[in-house]
Each structure stands twice: as C-alpha cells, then as structure tokens.
Design a protein around this ligand. Structure first.
Ligand SMILES: NC(=O)c1ccc[n+]([C@@H]2O[C@H](COP(=O)([O-])OP(=O)(O)OC[C@H]3O[C@@H](n4cnc5c(N)ncnc54)[C@H](OP(=O)(O)O)[C@@H]3O)[C@@H](O)[C@H]2O)c1
Length: 213
C-alpha cells in the first residue's frame, strides 16, 4: 500500500519506519522538508511535500500535534477525499492537563468535518510510539483499537495494523473516537503519576469475533 505519513516526530517516525520495514511504500511529510528527508532516509522511505505525499497515497496517517490536525485536514480536504485517513492524534491541552475536546466530540470527528470526503479511522492514538516502532517488545500481542464508520477504511486499517504486528480491534463508529482519545489520555496520565516507562498498552480480552473481522 502507498502510505503518506504526515508528521515526522515520535509517531510518524516510528509508525512510518515499521510500515516501510513491512514492505509498504511510505512517504514522509512535515513542515520541515529537511527533517522529513532525514527521517525518510533512516526508514528506507521517501519524502515529499504534504500535498504531494497525500496525492500519491492510498492511505494517509495524521501524526501531527492534536491541535493542528483539523487545520491540516481542512487545508488538504480536496486531496484527502476518497482516501483512508488514519487519525493517530490526541487533542491534548497545551498544559497536558487533559483533552481539549470531549466528552461530546473528538479530534477524529473534527477531522472528518474538516475533510468531508475522507474515510477517517481513529487509530493508533492509544499506542505509544515506542510500541509502534516495535510491537513485539513487550513479548505479548498488542491491540490496535480503532473506530470508523467506513468499510473501505476498515479493511485498509486492518491491513496496516496487521503489517506492523498489531491485532486490529474495531470498537465502533467514528464517534467512539471520543472514548479512544479518553483512553489515550488515561494511559498518558498514568505515566505522569507513576513516572512511567511509556510502554503500557491496551488489550481487549475476550473481544467479540465481529470486532476482529
Ligand atoms: N508520542 C506518542 O507516543 C504518541 C502516541 C499516540 C499518539 N500520539 C499523538 O500523535 C501526534 C504526534 O505525536 P508525536 O509525539 O509524534 O509529536 P511530535 O514528535 O511533536 O511530532 C509532530 C510532527 O508534526 C509535524 N507537524 C506539526 N504541524 C504540522 C503541520 N501543520 N503540517 C504538517 N506537519 C506538521 C511536525 O513537523 P515539523 O517537525 O516538520 O514541524 C512534527 O514532525 C500527536 O497528536 C500525539 O498526541 C503520540
């Protein structure tokens, strides 16, 4: 699959690197073209402008700061139409005291409203970047909980998540992103209060078969 990774930081670098290693055709893009080229070189991938990366992709991963993501989607709405857009962002408040959205909204829904033709999937936001770089490092299978209304995006995400070693678990329609973003915040807060290792990840025991299909 041709995958554009928008954002060349912790998440973009880790996920893009794992996807490239799995044999996908990955293009990195960020605000800083030089940094995107460096990250791409390290991953064995290519880099491009945000517009060109999206234009050439089957699926697009949004790995930008949560507060920037709806604007990035709006600025590229026409190009995103019809494409699977994997929203890995968390709308953290600037002072890291909680979520800027919710409980009656989510970044994923803001992104879908900003790019109405995009096939938006909320996913990977509950997974720390280190686990995206190496899904096997904890010695157990990790779940990629995801939410979407779109069957095409669902199939694409299953392929992407499986390729990098995760069990994809569909937790419901895109509005379930509200809960996925809250879960991500819970896991982040856990690191703060425990001086944690940024490794803990969610797994659903006894997941219904339909959620795994
Ligand atoms: N870190 C984690 O473990 C983790 C896990 C799950 C989800 N998340 C979420 O994933 C997102 C990314 O997190 P991160 O830790 O990777 O952040 P990060 O290291 O700060 O990286 C953010 C990237 O976004 C790019 N960017 C910012 N504004 C942009 C714009 N307008 N257009 C294009 N690119 C833009 C930046 O590019 P330049 O450097 O070129 O400016 C930077 O490479 C956040 O929403 C975060 O909440 C993080």
């Amino acid at each position: 699959m041709k995958i554009a990774i928008i954002g060349t930081g912790n998440v973009g670098g880790a996920l893009g690197g794992s996807l490239a290693k799995a044999g996908h055709s990955v293009t990195f893009a960020g605000q800083d073209a030089e940094k995107a080229a460096t990250v791409a070189q390290a991953a064995g991938a290519t880099s491009a402008s945000v517009a060109d990366a999206i234009a050439g992709a089957d699926a697009v991963v949004l790995a930008v700061p949560g507060s920037s993501a709806p604007a990035v989607a709006a600025a590229n709405a026409a190009a995103l139409a019809g494409k699977t857009v994997i929203d890995a962002t968390n709308p953290l408040k600037a002072d890291y005291s909680g979520l800027a959205t919710g409980p009656d909204s989510s970044n994923a829904e803001l992104i879908a409203a900003a790019a109405p033709g995009a096939r938006v999937v909320k996913a990977f936001n509950t997974v720390f970047a280190g686990n995206m770089a190496d899904a096997a490092r904890l010695g157990t299978s990790l779940d990629a909980l995801y939410a979407t209304d779109d069957e095409v995006a669902r199939a694409a995400f299953r392929e992407v998540a499986s390729a990098v070693g995760f069990r994809p678990v569909h937790v419901g329609p895109l509005a379930a992103a509200r809960e996925l973003e809250a879960m991500a915040w819970l896991n982040i807060r856990l690191q703060f209060v425990t001086n944690g290792y940024w490794q803990s990840s969610f797994g659903l025991v006894g997941a219904p078969e339909a959620a795994l299909a």
